[in-house]
Design a protein around this ligand. Structure first.
Ligand SMILES: NC(=O)c1ccc[n+]([C@@H]2O[C@H](COP(=O)([O-])OP(=O)(O)OC[C@H]3O[C@@H](n4cnc5c(N)ncnc54)[C@H](OP(=O)(O)O)[C@@H]3O)[C@@H](O)[C@H]2O)c1
Length: 288
């Protein structure tokens, strides 16, 4: 049987990079990393997909600057809604399937128990709203020829993320105050990439949730980063991590207070269960 040909949009991001590191047997990755393509350029997207003729497209590209999106909604919508729509239309005309990645930020965080795939989105900010709009466009264009995976709190050894920021600040300061009243599930981009490949290999369709297992507040996550990084000798000195409230750390974009996603049906569909976030964190830190 011939390999499944897969094109990754956003191959330079956290997820895109991990997708390239974890390509499974039976898959040929089409675009080499240096060949980017701009999701806001309709002609470029269409001609690249026509010429490469992928079986699957994974959309790991997004406008992910959550706070900046509040003052620049046009840019967020251009990539997260319109760019996703362009990819979906190109996929529809070429016969490719699409795996699109979305976010826990489509929810308002008021539920208090893990969000099910069918729960009503109610984004609190521009980023979440633009991603939700992208999900709707993609589903409308491709129906069951696409799968959407919502994920959350993504970090990796590459790029800017909470883990990297914490390591830097813990090296610079003696004390840090970290928000303790927002709860979610930290997710290593490597785990997410493996789930994406499983989704492609199993022809997944419909809406799904994937994060690493377990829950944490940002404070819990920071304490774990401190402990694990110290054990690995990555921090030059001690740093006290203290819990603070969201109102003590105001940001331009509101975040959901509780954004744990229910993964049970996805874990069953993929035959793959998420690892606990703390063991995934340990593995990521060991790479640094
Ligand atoms: N990071 C999180 O905590 C998180 C949480 C929930 C869901 N997600 C979702 O997970 C997916 C992957 O996120 P990530 O953390 O890997 O994001 P990331 O590291 O910010 O990477 C996003 C990638 O998209 C590319 N991109 C942006 N605008 C583009 C455009 N117009 N055309 C083509 N590429 C463009 C970026 O390229 P440049 O760097 O060159 O701009 C970058 O390579 C996204 O759908 C995101 O919404 C992320």
């Amino acid at each position: 049987m011939s390999d499944i040909k897969v094109l990754v949009a956003g191959s330079g991001g956290q997820l895109g990079s991990e997708l390239q590191r974890t390509v499974p047997a039976g898959v040929t990755l089409l675009a080499p990393p240096e060949v980017g393509f701009d999701l806001t350029d309709a002609a470029q997207v269409q001609s690249l997909i026509n010429s490469l003729d992928p079986d699957w497209i994974i959309n790991a590209a997004a406008y992910t600057a959550v706070d900046k999106a509040e003052e620049d909604p046009d840019s967020a919508y251009a990539v997260n809604r319109d760019g996703a729509g362009l990819l979906a239309s190109a996929a529809a005309s070429s016969g490719a399937r699409l795996l699109h990645i979305s976010t826990d930020f489509v929810f308002n965080g008021q539920k208090g128990s893990p969000y099910l795939v069918g729960d009503q989105p109610d984004p609190l900010g521009v980023y979440g709203a633009s991603k939700q709009a992208g999900d709707e466009v993609v589903s409308k264009i491709l129906g069951d020829r696409c799968a959407i995976i919502r994920t959350a709190w993504v970090y990796s050894s590459l790029g800017n993320n909470f883990v990297k920021t914490m390591l830097r600040l813990m090296g610079e300061r003696d004390q840090l105050g970290i928000v303790a009243d927002q709860i979610g599930s930290p997710t290593w981009a490597n785990s997410l990439a493996r789930a994406c490949w499983r989704a492609v290999l199993s022809d997944l369709s419909g809406m799904h949730h994937w994060t690493d297992a377990g829950v944490a507040s940002w404070y819990d996550f920071a304490v774990a980063i401190h402990e694990e990084a110290s054990a690995l000798g990555l921090l030059p000195k001690p740093c006290v991590v203290k819990p603070i409230r969201t109102e003590d750390y105001p940001t331009p974009a509101a975040r959901p207070a509780y954004s744990v996603l229910d993964k049970t049906p996805t874990w069953q569909a993929l035959g793959l269960e998420g690892e606990h976030w703390r063991s995934a964190l340990r593995k990521m830190l060991a790479e640094l």
